[in-house]
Design a protein around this ligand. Structure first.
Ligand SMILES: C[S@@+](CC[C@H](N)C(=O)[O-])C[C@H]1O[C@@H](n2cnc3c(N)ncnc32)[C@H](O)[C@@H]1O
Length: 340
């Protein structure tokens, strides 16, 4: 390490921005853990979390220290052994999926960044993420602004069978089918942990007779049972996995072969930000772009998506801005009558 850059005082980092960065990491960790352990849900539903609640499963000292992080972050207040929502709770609760995605889903990858950054380490299966947590985090991220938009768009036209690509937790499929008696669903995901999670939630919702989930690679789709019945396709937060450009065009064409009667593809994804990092940088952007760089996944800009649609037999009828996640765009696509 170089000694060329010295702090003003040898201990000037103890308080101030660097101390804030350190404690923010603990807040992110506490929000992720509080999400999985149900502590945030108790605070949201009951307005109070008693540290001595009869919860023998959790170590009380660990819970207290997690809550200390949340106190520092203004997320909760703790008094007389009771935590209650603080001024920042409502926003932090709405954003809990982002923290769960980042810490629980991608934490191992972040901590392995120094190795993964090395060019000679980037071959084969060179990183790992917790795909169950990525799936859960993603559906929580989608809950605030994306799923309502899907519902509004799906309500515009009747349909019989929906295929959801990169279906993750299976939450969209279960909601759409539960709200529309007779509608069938097909989920496709490459990650065994996501397929298992989706299958369980579909079973729990009593919808296994109408929704199936298959483990398959959307980039190279095999024949999907029931594929010819699909009239609408949805795909959230995995479109960037289609890229680079040539593979994206191939994949979009492949969807037309696998689902020849689909009249609509609703594809929602976060596009690459072209803004410089600064005080207005929203939640997610830096983490999303760093994670995909670590994985070697290209994140296209909105313009690059339009070029790929034009070359692949899909016409973009509309593109809706999505406020959360920041940088999200919902492309409403329909097949062009004849394509090469
Ligand atoms: C960020 S998650 C989004 C999950 C879900 N669509 C949602 O909105 O909550 C991306 C999902 O796409 C899946 N996926 C990534 N690449 C895939 C591929 N080539 N084929 C099928 N699924 C893929 C991942 O396993 C993961 O479950």
């Amino acid at each position: 390490m170089t000694a060329a850059v010295q702090p003003i005082r040898s201990d000037s980092f103890v308080r101030g921005p660097s101390a804030g960065h350190f404690s923010s990491y603990v807040v992110a960790d506490a929000l992720s853990a509080g999400c999985e352990l149900g502590i945030l849900d108790v605070l949201a539903d009951e307005g109070a979390y008693h540290l001595d609640r009869d919860d023998r499963e959790l170590d009380p000292v660990v819970v207290e220290r997690l809550l200390n992080g949340l106190v520092w972050g203004d997320v909760v207040r703790v008094e007389d052994g009771v935590a209650r929502p603080g001024p920042g709770f409502a926003d932090a609760y709405a954003a809990r999926g982002y923290f769960y995605w980042m810490v629980r889903g991608c934490g191992a990858l972040f901590s392995d960044a120094p190795r993964v950054a090395r060019r000679d380490q980037r071959d084969g299966a060179f990183y790992s993420r917790d795909m169950r947590a990525v799936a859960v985090g993603s559906h929580l991220i989608g809950d605030t602004a994306v799923e309502g938009l899907y519902d509004a768009l799906l309500n515009e036209r009747e349909f019989g069978t929906l295929a959801d690509l990169g279906c993750g937790s299976g939450r969209r499929l279960t909601r759409v089918a539960a709200d529309r008696p007779g509608v069938r669903g097909i989920g496709v995901d490459i990650a065994p942990a996501a397929v298992k999670l989706a299958a369980r939630s579909i079973e729990d919702a009593g919808l296994a007779d109408r929704i199936t989930v298959c483990e398959a690679d959307v980039l190279d789709l095999p024949e999907i049972p029931g594929g010819t019945k699909v009239d609408v396709i949805t795909c959230s937060f995995m479109g960037h996995d289609f890229w680079p450009y040539d593979r994206c065009v191939r994949t979009l064409r492949g969807l037309r072969r696998a689902f020849p009667n689909a009249g609509r593809l609703l594809l929602c994804d976060v596009v690459r930000s072209t803004a410089r990092p600064g005080p207005d940088t929203p939640i997610f952007t830096l983490g999303f772009e760093l994670v995909h760089a670590l994985m070697g996944v290209y994140v296209p800009t909105r313009e690059e998506w339009h070029d790929a649609f034009a070359a692949s037999g899909w016409r973009c009828a509309a593109a809706h801005e999505v406020t959360a996640p920041p940088g999200g765009v919902m492309f409403d696509l329909e097949p062009v009558a004849a394509h090469g």
